[in-house]
Design a protein around this ligand. Structure first.
Ligand code: SAM
Length: 218
């Protein structure tokens, strides 16, 4: 089995009904060979370099970044090349996190099931990146509000979503709710044809009342 076939077979194990324990095992087993495969092309989303370029166009490199679903650290590495120095990462898979740690570009790295919540102080980060993790069997649309919650008002979420998942996975509807409820404004929804899939850019808003810690009902 060549590596592309192997990667496709791993991704085929992940769909909307996949238990989080299966996703963790798939990525733990994949971690040693993951960087040798063009997973972005296979999943149909923009590359880590593309996302890092977009982040650099939005904010200064001294901005605090959280890389959600950081995997082996491809996004952190691209951000570091562009001068970013304060990058934290969260991921479900300890195997992927070990690879990310070896790169030496992340400050804090930790395990988290981002389907449940996004650990971290509310309103802390200036940017949150999420590349390849808003996908079937990974993070559903219900995770979006948790990701936005850790951004300070005026901070940016920069995320990839594959085109086929955008409508079928309900990300478009979740985005509508998020903006209608005042948590974020859409800077761009990525329908720019500037690469595969969507590049979603949201700007977090100040939320009045009890704050940004809300329960999201999809
Ligand atoms: C396709 S990989 C992308 C990794 C990295 N962002 C990149 O650009 O290469 C998806 C990542 O999402 C992580 N992931 C999947 N489900 C998750 C969950 N429920 N919570 C946190 N991370 C999750 C996986 O462990 C994996 O590292």
């Amino acid at each position: 089995m060549d590596s592309a076939t192997g990667a496709a077979a791993r991704l085929a194990l992940l769909d909307a009904d996949t238990d989080v324990s299966v996703a963790r095992r798939v990525y733990d087993e994949w971690a040693p060979t993951y960087d040798g495969e063009d997973v972005a092309a296979l999943m149909g989303h923009r590359t880590a370099a593309h996302v890092a370029d977009r982040v650099l166009a939005l904010v200064r490199p001294d901005t605090e970044v959280l890389d959600a679903g950081c995997g082996t650290g491809l996004v952190g590495a691209e951000l570091a090349v562009r001068g970013f120095r304060s990058i934290d990462g969260l991921d479900l898979s300890p195997g992927m996190l070990r690879r990310a740690r070896r790169r030496g570009v992340y400050h804090d790295l930790g395990p988290a099931d981002l389907r449940v919540s996004t650990p971290g102080a509310s309103g802390k980060f200036g940017v949150l990146t999420c590349v390849g993790a808003l996908a079937p069997g990974h993070l559903g649309p219900g995770a979006l509000v948790g990701l936005v919650r850790v951004l300070r008002p005026g901070g940016f979420l920069v995320a990839t979503v594959a085109e086929d998942a955008w409508m079928a996975g309900g990300y478009d509807r979740a985005l509508g709710r998020l903006t209608a409820d005042g948590y974020a404004e859409v800077v761009e929804d990525g329908a720019d044809g500037d690469g595969p899939g969507r590049l979603l850019v949201l700007e977090a808003r100040e939320v009045p009342g009890p704050g940004r810690s809300v329960i999201w009902i999809p």
